[in-house]
Design a protein. Structure first.
Length: 390
């Protein structure tokens, strides 16, 4: 990143910094706000104006061939216009990194502020930023969209998208192989796990049951009684013995939505092509000395998770969960063991704010033909009634 000696301390605090630990907010958060999108577009055009001043000095000196920076800028803006926001913003980020001037750094700060919805900060930056004079007949920014530049940008965007898709496919293929093979993963029908939940200085026994398709149940033995959460293929239900429940009841939102997500037998990296999630491969990151491939996972246009695949093992090292505002909701960190040829978590540590819980998976059983009635609320309540009879 650029180093400008005349930056104030406040300005330096806005400079993007390398990751030094596990947790980081995403650099860019896309908001469904028309004012914010307009602001992003304005800042993008201003970056284009900067490139134009660096590469041209008027009509007489304009090259008949589009220069590389002009094509890179236009490729990024085409991606934004076509709704490919993550790719477009990532390309603008790389372009700003490569442009060595005070103006580029200021524009980059404005781009960050605009994508975070901080429009007042954008106004402040742009108010203090002198623009170059319009020295071309077609207008200040007209030079950018020459026919050759547009054609080159369209081809470049197709190439970048294809390159990103190919690289993502390659990394996912190695991830599937590291987990035991895609065919093996998709052929599994039943999984039973027993272990301990470490929280608040206690270790509580648990049992996790999954059955294809969309059957899920988690039982936790607490000192005051049993707690159950389940999904029966259609609806979620729960039982809170420590809370005084005498019968299990159906869940409503938002817990129902979370159980619907948990009920999928396959992880999102395996099922995304059939369930509609979108994956975006980001630039490689170094975290605590290890290289990772970050992959953003979006649902209905909103970032919901970011998974980090270890560049050596291709197993998932951690996963960040984002809320609707783009703030970090939870972080999951994994370690693995092999069971019947399949890599499964041996521990999963979940951090939510200052709280940490760890799941220790002591034993797995695959393909054990778990009975469907185990996931049905009425069957569970009937068993409670039988236990309460004298």
């Amino acid at each position: 990143m650029l180093l400008i000696s005349n930056e104030t301390e406040a300005e330096q605090s806005e400079r993007p910094v390398p990751i030094t630990g596990w947790v980081r907010r995403p650099r860019f958060v896309m908001h469904e706000n028309a004012g914010t999108r307009l602001c992003i577009a304005i800042v993008a055009v201003m970056i284009g104006a900067l490139i134009g001043c660096a590469s041209t000095s008027g009509v007489a000196n304009r090259s008949t061939q589009p220069d590389a920076e002009r094509v890179r800028y236009l490729t990024a803006t085409l991606a934004l216009e076509q709704g490919d926001e993550r790719l477009g913003v990532q390309m603008l980020e790389e372009l700003a990194d490569d442009t060595s001037s005070d103006r580029a750094l200021s524009l980059y700060r404005a781009l960050i502020a605009s994508t975070e919805g901080r429009l007042d900060r954008v106004d402040e930056i742009l108010r203090d930023l002198p623009l170059p004079p319009p020295d071309e007949p077609e207008g200040r920014y007209g030079w950018i969209e020459t026919p050759l530049a547009v054609l080159a940008a369209e081809r470049e965007l197709d190439r970048v998208r294809q390159e990103n898709d190919d690289r993502l496919d390659e990394i996912l293929s190695q991830h599937y192989e590291a987990r035991g093979g895609l065919e093996k993963l998709q052929s599994l029908t039943d999984l039973l796990a027993m272990g301990r939940l470490a929280v608040g200085g206690q270790e509580l026994p648990f049992q996790l049951a999954r059955k294809r398709d969309r059957f899920y149940r988690f039982d936790l033995e607490m000192p005051a009684g049993l707690r159950v959460e389940a999904f029966d293929g259609d609806i979620g239900w729960g039982f809170d013995g420590p809370g005084g429940d005498t019968q299990a009841t159906y869940f409503s939102e938002p817990r129902l939505r979370e159980l619907q997500r948990l009920s999928f037998f396959d992880d999102v990296l395996v099922r995304f092509e059939t369930t509609g999630e979108k994956l975006f491969l980001k630039n490689t990151e170094i975290l605590d000395g290890q290289e990772f491939y970050p992959i953003d996972i979006s649902e209905d246009g909103r970032l919901v998770e970011t998974t980090y695949l270890d560049a050596e093992t291709f197993l998932e090292g951690r996963r960040l969960v984002w809320d609707a505002e783009g703030s970090l909701l939870a972080e999951r960190v994994f370690e693995y063991k092999t069971v019947d040829g399949v890599s499964l978590p041996t521990t999963q540590t979940i951090r939510v704010g200052a709280s940490t819980v760890t799941y220790h998976y002591d034993e797995y059983a695959l393909e054990v033909d778990i009975p469907v009635r185990m996931f049905v609320l009425s069957e569970f309540n009937e068993s409670l009634s039988e236990e309460s009879e004298p």
